[in-house]
Write a protein that binds this ligand. Structure first.
Ligand code: APR
Ligand code: PHB
Length: 393
């Protein structure tokens, strides 16, 4: 059996990018279908970063999905960078008039799914064999299977929001697509524990044993990470080993007061920088992880997905409301200009804070000097603050 329908925008991928775009389009009366490879429960079982730039908070407000985020999100006006026992407090608001909001990506995605269900908009889950056709013509269409039914969706535009492992990007002909990639020789082992956070700001720690991060989700829910070799697996790390590693990497003041407890989630994330150029091909527009990946140092993954959604939503709005397609034609160029600046910042912060297996004594001295300069220099702190809270769109 085949069903056939027409929408204005077909969105491939029901992660934060696809769902946010869908909600924003709904506010201007543009109908969109979301096609998701997994189930809603599966998508909501993934634990990801949790620091939101103001630009993303504004998008959630525009989408009408920011109520819980405003109630439960924690405003942060600064962060701490440490090396050994030295702490550098970076007060964002001294340098740039914007805070960040700590709110888990999983919760943000849940809010978007709830809102989407409320509007009655169609989401197809468990989709397989997704293909995109005629994307350089006026009448593109997407085909897929879901629960034994074949679907054909005719549309004006396709938003490829299907993450790094999605199919959309592959529809840009290889001869016209350039991919830039850097894979780091380590990962982040992260745990979630029902314990009070060790500090009221996030702590990014450089230590002789490697990087660590102290983050949080609430007054009694903490998120911690330690750098591990790319070859390590979660079963090599019981909770005790994790807590000992964390204690060794953060300043003594925090190691002494750290409250530990059983982990309720534990996983390893590899670190990668990746950009696909261009981010558009005919009627196909890539958003978020489908087009680029950053290492999590600085929490830019979700926020950069959000800036793509901002540019694409504004361009689609201008197209549908004002009949002006100029911004759509420039989407890739506009989005990539910001993407590369964020790639630079995430790579810089990763290089500043991690131990690299190939690092020489010279490299370590340079890293130390960079940290000392940051500790002493207001312009260096301002640069970090401006990038961390989010570059303008
Ligand atoms: N068809 C339909 N859906 C697909 C397909 C496909 N062929 N391939 C992947 N997907 C789905 C995935 O199951 C996932 O739910 O697309 C979604 C992509 O979501 P994310 O990977 O979360 O990417 P994105 O929405 O761009 O969000 C970016 O979220 O994943 C984090 O680190 C990422 O923080 C970043 C942000
Ligand atoms: C998180 O809370 O999970 C988090 C915070 C900051 C980062 C990365 C992850 O840079």
């Amino acid at each position: 059996m085949t069903t056939q329908r027409r929408v204005q925008v077909a969105i491939i991928g029901g992660g934060p990018s696809g769902l946010l775009l869908g909600q924003l389009l709904h506010t201007i009366g543009v109908d969109a279908i979301v096609l998701e490879r997994k189930t809603r429960d599966y998508v909501l079982s993934r634990i990801r970063a949790g620091v939101l730039e103001q630009g993303l908070v504004t998008l959630m407000e525009e989408a009408g999905t920011a109520d819980r985020l405003h109630r439960e999100g924690i405003t942060h006006d600064g962060t701490v960078i440490s090396y050994g026992n030295t702490q550098i407090a970076i007060p964002f608001t001294k340098h740039v008039a914007k805070p960040v909001t700590v709110y888990g990506q999983t919760e943000l995605t849940r809010d978007l799914y709830d809102a989407r269900e409320h509007t009655g908009a169609t989401t197809l889950f468990n989709v397989t064999n997704v293909t995109l056709s005629d994307i350089t013509d006026d009448s593109p269409y997407v085909e897929c299977e879901a629960n034994g039914v074949r679907h054909r969706i005719d549309c004006d535009f396709i938003a490829g929001c299907d993450g790094f492992h999605g199919v959309s990007r592959q529809h840009i002909p290889a001869a016209c697509r350039q991919e830039f990639e850097k894979v780091y020789p380590f990962g982040w082992l992260g745990i979630l524990s029902e314990t009070p956070p060790v500090h009221d700001e996030l702590i990014y720690a450089n230590s002789d044993d490697g990087f660590a991060l102290c983050s949080m989700r609430g007054a009694h829910l903490s998120r911690y990470y330690v750098q591990v070799a790319a070859t390590e697996s979660v079963d090599q790390w019981d909770d005790n080993a994790f807590w000992s590693a964390l204690r060794r990497r953060i300043p003594e003041q925090f190691a002494d007061t750290l409250v530990t407890g059983p982990s309720i989630e534990k996983s390893i994330a590899p670190l990668r920088s990746f950009v696909c150029e261009p981010m558009q091909w005919g009627k196909l527009f890539l958003c978020g992880d489908a087009a680029h990946i950053v290492p999590p140092t600085g929490a830019k993954g979700l926020n950069t997905a959000a800036s793509d959604v901002r540019y694409l939503f504004d361009a689609l709005k201008t197209h549908y409301v004002n009949r002006d397609s100029e911004a759509l034609r420039n989407y890739s160029q506009t989005a990539l200009a910001r993407v590369w600046k964020v790639e630079r910042f995430s790579h810089w912060m990763t290089s500043l804070l991690h131990r690299f297996p190939e690092q020489t004594d010279f490299d370590l001295k340079i890293q130390q000097a960079e940290l000392s300069f940051l500790a002493e220099n207001q312009s260096a702190q301002a640069s970090l603050a401006i990038n961390y809270v989010g570059l303008p769109y």
